[in-house]
Design a protein around this ligand. Structure first.
Ligand SMILES: *Cc1c(COP(=O)(O)O)cnc(C)c1O
Length: 358
């Protein structure tokens, strides 16, 4: 129950046990393209979507380094560890960064984004983490995107811990580029990054005055292979075929349950975790009005480091993570995605926690 990677369903494990095949050829390419189409449908986009070997950050890096040129300015929402990471990635890509800060555990107000954009006409795009995993907070991406798009700015979203557990409506919200990964809400093993790129993002890429640096995280390179090699090998590297099969199996489970029902289940279970932990007199971390349904975070009782609590809970069969950054020693984080998003699990966990507090 760490906040990713997740334990996967038996069907997903079974899908990985088949003999390996080459990652190219008509048959394989058609299977891969179907997986891509299923993801586009799930995320509500008719834009381009790429599935590549790698983890979530590779996708975020590819979006930032491709949409923006060195020296250009971006606004970065920073209200947690992964928001700070976005700023780090922007700086590593030699961009100017304007921060839109909110306290850790508080969702950012879209109006604050609008105000920052009005004050900084040079900001070309907004970078935001949807599910801030460090504080179990869901930033209001639809409202943030509305503020940005109404001012003609680009929107790039880190959806690593939100995709598959909350609705993503990429096109309807006006998100220009986003990245997620296989190992969290999508219920598959780690190893694949998923990147979506819309029309306005491609326009920005095609209008660049300097070429995109590098090759491996270069969306133009990805597009070239997707367009020219669609029926044989629509990507430039060796694909971990077993993980693609696993992702497909997990997408089949999501489809069988129904995406809407899956989102409802995660919201219900997340509420049960929060309620159970509050009842024990412990303080929750995260915005009560904007909870991230895949993760619950809480402050551990004072006097004993969170790592000690983590070990005690692990002895009882619940493997959690500590907090991140300044919250490391005082916070525990529970991942409840996919297989572990059940009310029984929430109750069993709260009983174990209660027995430790006695
Ligand atoms: C887990 C997580 C990441 C890290 O992704 P990797 O796949 O490890 O690169 C990035 N952003 C958020 C919000 C996450 O929860």
């Amino acid at each position: 129950m760490v906040p990713g990677p997740v334990e996967v369903e038996d069907e997903v494990l079974a899908a990985m046990s088949g003999q390996l095949v080459a990652h190219y050829g008509k048959e394989w390419a058609s299977f891969y393209n179907e997986v891509v189409d299923k993801l586009k449908e799930l995320f509500g986009t008719t834009g381009d979507l790429f599935v590549y070997p790698g983890s979530g950050h590779l996708g975020v890096d590819a979006c930032i380094g491709s949409l923006f040129e060195p020296g250009e300015c971006v606004a970065v929402v920073t209200n947690g560890y992964f928001g700070e990471r976005l700023a780090e990635l922007a700086l590593a890509n030699e961009l100017q960064v304007v921060r839109i800060e909110a306290p850790w555990g508080k969702a950012v107000d879209p109006a604050a984004v609008g105000a920052t954009l009005d004050a900084h006409p040079d900001v070309k795009g907004v970078l935001v983490v949807h599910g801030e995993t460090s504080t179990a907070t869901l930033n209001p991406v639809p409202g943030i995107a509305r503020e940005a798009k109404s001012r003609g700015r680009l929107v790039v979203v880190d959806a690593v811990s939100s995709a598959g557990v909350v609705p993503l409506e990429i096109d309807a919200w006006g998100v220009d580029a986003f990245a997620t990964a296989s190992q969290k809400g999508l219920g598959a093993p780690p190893g694949l990054v998923i990147v979506g790129v819309g029309r306005a993002a491609w326009q920005a890429i095609d209008r660049r005055t300097q070429p995109i640096r590098g090759w491996s995280a270069n969306l133009k390179v990805w597009r070239t292979y997707a367009e020219n090699e669609r029926d044989f090998q629509p990507y430039y590297v060796t694909m971990p075929v077993s993980i693609v099969r696993a992702l497909d199996a997990s997408l089949a489970l999501i489809r069988r349950e129904g995406a809407a029902e899956r989102y409802r289940r995660h919201a219900e279970v997340s509420a049960a975790f929060r309620q159970g932990i509050s009842r024990l007199g412990l303080e929750l971390v995260g915005d009560p009005d904007h909870p991230l349904p895949s993760v619950t975070a809480f402050r551990t009782p004072p006097g004993i480091a969170s790592e000690q609590w983590r070990q005690r809970l692990a002895e009882r069969g619940f493997l959690l993570s500590t907090g991140l950054g300044a919250m490391e020693a005082v916070v525990l984080r529970i991942g409840h995605m996919g297989k572990h998003a059940t009310l029984e699990q929430a109750r069993a966990f709260c009983r174990a926690l209660a027995s430790l507090l006695d």
